[in-house]
Design a protein around this ligand. Structure first.
Ligand code: AMP
Length: 417
């Protein structure tokens, strides 16, 4: 497989799929440029080699072409500034052949939002009166998608995918385009490469014991991940709101805690499956409970299955913090997805902080730790420990699908599996 480090971009035009889907305020100013900065190593390497770059990205969910609200033109000055190059702009991503052909080494062209064209996602837009009409429109869009993809591919000599955030989508620019380039001319960018290696360390080249900490609010949103993890991990720590579905299923009293009553059987099934697979499920023993869903509520610590009516568990208690930390500190591979409690309230961050600190300690002792999926990333940022874990994933949905054991089209298109 080709790698970006080995590839010499001198005299080549590179089509680089990035994820510049950055948040903008009402004046179209960027409020967080993390995603832009994350792609800089790849873009700079290509330019340093003497190549030229065609930057391609989506932004938001536009419903028409063009849609000024989602124009990438808004971020052009900032991209130019952080890259240190006066980036040119192609106002129509499907009509950029001449601009791309005119690029000289060291020059950069940014394409307008790929999703202005429905062909990027391959899904027809609009309302359809019947299923037949919809199916017919889908067929046309899929046909047009081939032309759109071929057009994008014609701009460049090589293809670099650095957009892990969209790796779980089989879109024109994230996956389909790769087949227009031979093995030697397509590769992951540096960001994507780091993500792929991190997932590999968790899913295949796993140092043991492997502990996953699954937190967050609901079991239902994590079923597939938990099921797949039960075939991979040695320890599965169940934390956060889903604790109470398991506690109730086991006969405990959970008061007003968040619970999915239709998932009680499933919780028991998962516990059985864990036993069959020799996976240790680590559940909370005590909880920090509150008499309202509020930071300022009255609180007390109680055994997790003895929560009085009118009270709800909003974090784990001190005994559980220690129990979880002991398991984490004895691990060689750690995955953290989801907080142990309502970490947005300062009075209920202690459990998540304890988990974060145990992960840091394990990492310092040689474990590989991956933090990923929305709120756990917010946690490590809140606690200032993002640079003390092995890797913080940038791709929420893509990471979760990879952990579910799915093949990600954006990865498969480059690597072949
Ligand atoms: P998720 O997106 O599923 O990872 O869930 C994250 C959310 O779960 C965060 O907003 C937390 O506040 C919430 N959460 C964690 N523990 C609890 C709890 N015990 N009760 C209610 N919400 C919780």
């Amino acid at each position: 497989m080709q790698t970006i480090d080995q590839f010499n971009f001198a005299g080549k035009r590179a089509f680089v799929r990035v994820d510049f889907n950055v948040p903008l305020d009402e004046n179209s100013q960027i409020t967080d440029d993390t995603r832009i900065r994350a792609a800089l190593p790849t873009l700079k390497k290509i330019l340093a080699d003497g190549g030229s770059v065609i930057i391609a990205s989506h932004m938001g969910r536009p419903k028409k072409n063009p849609d000024s609200k989602y124009s990438l033109k808004a971020i052009l000055p900032h991209v130019s500034e952080v890259l240190g190059v006066d980036v040119k702009f192609a106002p129509d991503c499907a009509q950029a052949g001449d601009l791309a052909a005119a690029l000289k080494p060291g020059e950069v062209l940014m394409l307008e939002n790929l999703r202005f064209y429905e062909e990027e996602e391959g899904k027809p837009r609009g309302e359809f009166a019947t299923d037949d009409e919809k199916a017919a429109a889908k067929k046309v869009t899929k046909e047009n998608q081939k032309k759109f993809t071929a057009t994008l591919a014609s701009y460049a000599d090589c293809y670099v995918n650095d957009a892990f955030g969209t790796a779980h989508r089989a879109h024109a620019s994230t996956a389909l385009i790769a087949k227009y380039f031979d093995e030697t001319n397509k590769m992951f960018g540096y960001l994507m490469e780091k993500e792929v290696i991190a997932v590999q360390k968790i899913m295949t080249d796993t140092a043991r014991p492997f502990t996953a900490i699954m937190g967050g609010s609901k079991v239902s949103s994590k079923i597939e991940i938990i099921e797949n993890l039960l075939t991979k991990v040695d320890n599965l720590i169940i934390a956060g709101g889903m604790t109470y579905t398991f506690t109730k299923a086991l006969g405990g009293k959970i008061g007003n805690s968040i619970c999915e009553d239709d998932k009680l059987d499933l919780a028991l099934e998962l516990l059985e499956k864990a036993k069959a697979n020799d996976v240790q499920i680590v559940l909370a023993d005590d909880a920090k409970i509150a008499d309202a869903f509020s930071n300022d509520a009255n609180t007390q610590f109680v055994p997790v299955g003895e929560i009085p009516d009118g009270w709800e568990g909003l974090d784990i208690g001190p005994a559980t913090e220690k129990k979880f930390a002991d398991v984490i500190k004895a691990s060689k591979t750690i995955l953290w997805n989801g907080p142990t409690g309502v970490f947005e309230f300062d009075n209920f961050t202690s459990g998540s902080r304890a988990v974060g600190e145990a992960i840091v300690e394990a990492t310092q002792n040689g474990a590989f730790s991956l933090v990923g999926g929305g709120d756990s990333v917010a946690c490590v940022n809140k606690f200032g420990i993002a640079d003390k874990v092995s890797y913080v994933s940038t791709g929420g949905g893509a990471l979760l699908e990879a952990i579910e054991g799915r093949v990600l089209p954006g990865i498969e298109a480059i690597r072949g599996y």
